[in-house]
Every structure is written in structure tokens, then in C-alpha cells.
Write a protein that binds this ligand. Structure first.
Ligand SMILES: C[S@@+](CC[C@H](N)C(=O)[O-])C[C@H]1O[C@@H](n2cnc3c(N)ncnc32)[C@H](O)[C@@H]1O
Length: 263
């Protein structure tokens, strides 16, 4: 199969995220854009950390429900604190399929991840059948048992022209009862001028950003029972005892999150 090339001339969301999280798998083109965006919106790197901390809390909840196999859609590069590391810490027998549209994730992922409990699939999350029927997904996961679907920091990059409710419904229909979904999406509700300028900066570098309202996020979760406290700001989903500046100002983080269970 022909592999897409890694493009070193344009910035990549996966590598920008890696840079914000202190990873080493990024290039000058990514760092320039990431620094410019962080100048416009200084809390941006911190918001990435909030995503990561939510991921750990949400995966903790899902593992408590007995689910130890995950499909991480839009996984990004396997950075410290990513799904593979969290899963292994929560339950050493966990398995994680990393799915990303960016071929850099496969190139680095295969080196960084243990093939026994992880797999890397280059693919578009908007094609659920291709992802779920991929030989690597089938090799690693047992679809007679519940699966955790992770959509953390990825829906922001899925266009409004895509029928996202239908795509998520397809994933839901193909997994057994007791499966879970963990989801985040930047919010349209908190968008101030800084936020919009940052969005424009990404857009100028051909990275389109798609915030959604709480109602739209809720619609994506149709057919799932929402875990408490439902669709809320990232800092309000079962917050840790540690209080950070940003946690005290949830309107500034402006990211909707939720966890749902297929009944
Ligand atoms: C901000 S990163 C999130 C990384 C990771 N989920 C985390 O929480 O650390 C978003 C990732 O989604 C990937 N992505 C964007 N659109 C995608 C799509 N349609 N299918 C799969 N991956 C996609 C990007 O390449 C990028 O690596």
C-alpha cells in the first residue's frame, strides 16, 4: 500500500501538540506556529495539559467499568501521559490502538510503542469501518468485549461538512454494550477575540479548527448514557484536588468534554 509522505514544510497538529506537551518529535515549522499561537493565547499549552489530565481521569473511570481495550482516534504522537501510558498504568493488560491521519504518528509510534499491547493505524477517523476492520485493530482488540472509544482533541479538526453524528453512531453500533466513549471539543461558547485570532492563525496555516456548542456535543453522544456530570467544561469533569489558575476560570478553557456508555 502506498504510504503518504511526512510533510516537513507545513505544520502538523500532531507535532504542535507534541511540542506543547514537551515532546521531542516536532520540527521548526511546528514550533514557529505553536509559539505564535501561544503568544496570542498564552494559556494554549496549558489547555493541552488540561486535555491530557481529563484523558487520564476519563480513562480511569472507563477502566473502573471493566474496559481495558481502547481505540484512540486522533491519538497524536505517543507522548508521555498519552493513552498508552495511562492505560498501562491503570491496568497492565490494557491494549490501545492508536489511529491518526498524520503518517508521522505511525513513523514515530512504531518505534515508541510496545507492539504487544499497542498498534498504530494511519487512517481517517471519519471512516469507522476502515478503522474497525483494519488488520492491526483486529489483531489487538476483542470486539466481543467492550471497547473504549477515545476522541480527545480530534473533533476540533473535523469539518462541519462531515456528518459527525452518523460517524459516531456507526462506531457505537459496531461495539458491544458496555463500551464507552470519551469525547472533547473546543466550545463556540467561550470564543473571545484572542481565541478567534488564534483560530485565524491556524487557519492561515491551513489548519481548520471547528469548535462546537454544548448542544452539538450532546447530539454527538446520542445513544450513549452520559456519566456524571454530563457535558461540561474540561475543568469541571470530576476535577482533581489540585486547583490550577485555569481551573478557577473554566470559561477560559472553553472545552466541552463528556464520557458516555453504550447501554
Ligand atoms: C490535538 S491532537 C490530539 C492528540 C491526542 N488525542 C491527545 O489527547 O493527546 C489531534 C490529532 O488528531 C489528528 N487528526 C485530525 N483529524 C483526524 C482525522 N480525521 N482522523 C484521524 N486523526 C485526525 C491529528 O493529526 C492530531 O494528531
Amino acid at each position: 500500500m502506498e504510504r503518504p509522505e511526512i510533510d516537513l514544510r507545513s505544520a502538523s497538529v500532531a507535532r504542535i501538540f507534541d511540542y506543547y506537551l514537551g515532546g521531542a518529535h516536532n520540527f521548526a515549522v511546528d514550533r514557529v506556529l505553536a509559539d505564535a499561537a501561544a503568544k496570542l493565547m498564552p494559556e494554549l499549552p496549558r489547555m493541552m495539559h488540561l486535555h491530557r489530565r481529563f484523558l487520564a481521569r476519563a480513562m480511569g473511570h472507563v477502566v473502573e467499568q471493566g474496559v481495558t481495550q481502547f481505540i484512540d482516534l486522533g491519538s497524536g504522537l505517543p507522548t508521555p501521559g498519552g493513552s498508552a501510558e495511562v492505560a498501562r498504568r491503570l491496568d497492565p493488560s490494557s491494549r490501545v490502538v492508536h489511529v491518526d491521519i498524520d503518517p508521522a504518528v505511525e513513523a514515530h509510534g512504531k518505534r515508541l510503542l510496545d507492539a504487544a499491547d499497542s498498534a498504530v493505524v494511519v487512517g481517517d477517523m471519519c471512516d469507522p469501518d476502515a478503522i474497525l476492520d483494519h488488520p492491526e485493530t483486529r489483531r489487538l482488540l476483542d470486539f466481543s468485549r467492550p471497547v473504549g472509544l477515545l476522541l480527545v482533541g480530534v473533533l476540533d479538526f473535523v469539518g462541519y461538512d462531515v456528518d459527525l453524528p452518523a460517524i459516531i453512531a456507526r462506531y457505537r453500533d459496531r461495539v458491544v454494550s458496555g463500551s464507552h466513549i470519551v469525547l472533547t471539543n473546543f466550545s463556540v461558547d467561550g470564543g473571545d477575540e484572542e481565541y478567534q485570532r488564534t483560530e485565524q492563525l491556524y487557519r492561515d496555516h491551513t489548519i481548520d479548527f471547528h469548535p462546537r456548542s454544548a448542544a452539538e456535543v450532546t447530539e454527538l453522544l446520542a445513544g450513549f448514557e452520559l456519566a456524571e456530570p454530563g457535558v461540561v467544561d474540561v475543568s469541571l469533569w470530576r476535577p482533581e484536588a489540585v486547583v490550577e489558575d485555569l481551573d478557577e476560570h473554566p470559561e477560559r478553557s472553553a472545552v466541552h468534554v463528556a464520557v458516555g456508555r453504550k447501554p
